[in-house]
Design a protein around this ligand. Structure first.
Ligand SMILES: [Zn+2]
Length: 120
């Protein structure tokens, strides 16, 4: 097991299994069924809630895999943040505030409507 995988798991556990940005529940490899069985999500939505290791300080800017640089974020939030060119990617705090505002208005995560008012 690499340190990145360990740190992702540690972040996942310390965040109580919810995304650093949007606050929705995520899954690690071993517990995807929890979301499908208990929350009734469709497979494409479940994929977007996969737990990924988010480099708070981007690797392209010299960020490391050290635990303090890793947060657990769902695939959707992580990929959205880095969709921009890396030098234009928003700072984690700015991005988090933007995601929270979008979540509050109900227009962010494709899985949100299926989860109802989770996290609000
Ligand atoms: Zn998220």
């Amino acid at each position: 097991m690499t340190s990145l995988i360990n740190n992702r798991k540690r972040a996942y556990e310390s965040q109580g299994g919810i995304c650093y940005y949007c606050g929705l529940p995520m899954w690690l490899e071993e517990d995807a069924e929890v979301l499908t069985d208990y929350l009734g999500l469709e497979a494409p939505q479940v994929k977007l809630l996969r737990c990924t290791a988010e480099h708070l300080h981007a690797r392209t800017d010299g960020g490391t895999n050290a635990g303090e640089n890793i947060a657990a974020a769902c695939y959707f939030c992580n990929s959205r943040r880095h969709r921009q060119r890396h030098d234009q990617a928003p700072e984690p705090d700015d991005y988090r505030a933007r995601v929270k505002a979008r979540m509050a208005s109900g227009h962010w995560h494709p899985a949100l409507s299926a989860l109802g008012r989770w996290g609000s």
